[in-house]
Design a protein around this ligand. Structure first.
Ligand code: ADP
Length: 606
């Protein structure tokens, strides 16, 4: 063996750090590599205790290692971080041994391993990041060495299998045996084919976890081949797709449910994507109109072509209003042309789906065929009208005769007969009022009432109304006055004068009959922004708050005894409201129970 004859040179030119140090913690000798590696010169190093240069966190471990030398161990290996002159730390791998001649001295050789450490740290971080990613995505990776049969799993594969990550060997049987039923055979076949033919693995399968829960996984793998194209390994992933599967299943069942609902309902469904302008009509939508699915194209034009000309404009207006957000939903009755040529009545309802800015992006709606209902309604209204007409003629005759008996001939009648005639006269009067109201109501509903809108002089109309009710007012000992805010002589409204007179009369007679004895009923007129307001104020019993909204509904009376005590049908106000609205006006009520009521009619100024 060649003897080392120039150890000094070795010491001087070595790239590794070399030093002789005392167990007292001070260097005795350091080689020039220290300057290159740590920036400190010899003079500095020989002065300070070497432990000052060691990273505070590594000092205990360094002490421990050196102690072992002092206590009999010949050679030790350890690592620590040593401070560079510029402040940062260098990782050093040390090998030290105690001097055989002097047990207070030891020799140490150190190697800068900072780069390797960094690389290891990076690898460690990469692995941690990969684990985090796998964990988040529920994807684990696995590797099978097809030659040794060695199978390796990443931590997430253990998680998916419901196991704690460990280092024990995993067999291919173990890996595939966890798949359930027929899925196991599928995975086996794919793995065998991959090993034999180099094909990829790609399948979804059910897996029985160690905690007995079943989950859905997706298994994918590619083959690793050697230079001779022989498969030497499989590199694969396994992903837990249970949530996606469940979501998909629930979506599918929702879709099935929807399509069943579409088939089961007799309503036609339509869907209009406003962004792509694509329209879809359900088969039932088309069947309502007598067409098969193929006979009508799914387009906006199909609908526009089938709707009755008179309803088209209104439908478009209503749609626009709904798009602008003015109506909570689109709703109207429209007539659509059946394949046979006749028109059917469709109640069309729809609601827009809006984006975050509130703009409509989609309109989904339903068509209900109400033709039969309309026909029934019409039959009912015709029947009512015929019956009422048939009743009115004989009733008028009976009432005339009874009136004659009770007024002019009453003195010739014996008192009990006179009394009976009066009762009959009053009741026939009430019946005439009721028949007239029912006829009016029916005409209004079936839009068979004609309106002759002209310019009506308000003063003339109100004076006449007052005059007509004077006798009735005296009967109740009520004073009628006219107290205009704007002189009625200057006021003209656009209305049908007979219908307006009918409304004012109804309001006046109500005001009189519900006034207290000695009360006052006042008529006022006003004009604002092109609208004329006629108000009838009374100081009577008023209307309870709970009834104020309902009072314009049919057959509503505040007091169940009203009909008996005051007469009336409970139809007057609903007819008045319908009449005023037909004349483009409004009717409103303000009332305080016990104090009185004010009914106001607003109509456009002529
Ligand atoms: P009716 O023919 O019974 O008067 P209306 O529709 O004209 O039918 O009125 C409905 C009900 O509203 C009345 O029965 C009464 O209870 C109440 N009502 C109407 N006007 C007044 C009023 N000025 N004061 C108090 N109650 C009123």
């Amino acid at each position: 063996m060649t003897r080392l004859n120039d150890p000094e040179a070795l010491f001087k030119y070595a790239l590794d750090l070399m030093c002789i140090a005392g167990t007292d913690g001070v260097f005795r000798n350091v080689n020039p590599a220290w300057i290159d590696t740590l920036g400190f010169d010899e003079a500095f190093l020989l002065e300070a205790p070497f432990m000052d240069l060691v990273h505070p966190e590594d000092r205990d471990a360094t002490h421990l290692a050196l102690n072992k030398l002092e206590h009999g161990l010949k050679v030790i290996d350890f690592e620590n971080r040593v401070r560079h002159k510029q402040g940062h730390y260098i990782w050093v791998q040390w090998r030290a041994h105690i001097s055989e001649d002097d047990h207070t001295l030891f020799y140490a050789i150190g190697r800068d391993i900072t780069k390797a450490k960094r690389k290891a740290l990076r690898t460690e971080n990469d692995i941690r990041l990969l684990e985090m990613a796998e964990n988040t995505a529920h994807v684990g990776h696995w590797h099978l060495n097809t030659q040794t049969g060695l199978l390796k799993w990443s931590n997430e594969v253990y998680n998916i299998y419901g196991r704690k990550p460990n280092t024990a060997d995993i067999s291919l049987d173990d890996f595939i045996g966890a798949f359930v039923g027929a899925d196991r055979a599928v995975v086996w076949t794919q793995v065998e084919n991959a090993i034999r033919n180099g094909t990829d693995i790609q399948t979804d399968a059910r897996l029985l976890r160690d905690d007995n829960a079943t989950c859905y996984v997706s298994v994918r793998a590619v083959c690793e081949k050697d230079d001779h194209d022989k498969v030497v390994g499989l590199f694969g992933i396994i992903q837990d797709i249970t949530v996606e599967k469940q979501h998909h299943e629930s979506l599918r069942s929702k879709e099935e449910l929807m399509s069943m609902a579409f088939r089961a309902t007799s309503d036609g469904i339509w869907d209009w994507d406003l962004q792509t302008d694509q329209v879809w009509f359900s088969p039932q939508w088309k069947a309502q109109l007598g067409y098969t699915d193929e006979e009508i194209s799914n387009s906006f034009e199909s609908w526009a072509d089938l709707i009755c000309d008179e309803d088209r404009e209104k439908a478009m207006d209503e749609l626009e209003r709904h798009f602008r957000g003015e109506t909570p939903r689109f709703e109207m009755v429209q007539r659509l042309r059946h394949k046979d040529g006749h028109y059917i009545f469709i109640l069309s309802r729809a609601e827009a789906l809006r984006n975050e800015q509130g703009q409509p992006i989609r309109l989904v709606g339903a068509h209900t065929d109400i033709t039969e209902m309309k026909q029934l309604e019409q039959a009912k209204s015709e029947f009512t009208s015929i019956v009422s007409h048939e009743l009115r003629t004989p009733l008028t005759a009976i009432h005339g005769a009874l009136g004659l008996l009770s007024n002019t001939m009453s003195k010739d009648l014996p008192p009990p007969v006179k009394n009976l005639v009066e009762i009959a006269n009053n009741n026939s009067n009430r019946l005439i009022l009721l028949v007239n109201d029912i006829l009016d109501m029916e005409k209004l509903q079936s839009a068979r009432m004609d309106f002759n809108i002209t310019s009506v002089a308000v003063e003339e109309l109100l004076s006449l109304a007052l005059k007509n009710h004077q006798a009735y007012a005296s009967q109740y000992n009520v004073t009628l006055t006219l107290a205009p805010q704007v002189p009625p002589s200057s006021l003209y409204v656009l209305a049908d004068s007979d219908r307006l007179m009918q409304v004012i009369s109804n309001l006046l007679s109500n005001a009189i009959k519900f006034s207290n004895e000695g009360g006052t009923v006042t008529l006022t007129t006003d004009c604002k922004d092109g609208q004329v307001v006629i108000s009838i104020l009374d100081t009577g019993r008023g209307i309870p708050k709970s009834l104020q909204k309902k009072v314009f509904d049919k057959f509503i009376q505040a007091d169940s005894s009203d009909q008996r005590a005051k007469g009336g049908t409970g139809l007057g106000l609903s007819i008045a409201k319908a009449l005023i609205e037909k004349m483009n006006g409004k009717i409103a009520l303000k009332s305080i129970e016990g104090k009185g009521s004010t009914f106001s009619v607003t109509l456009p100024e002529a």
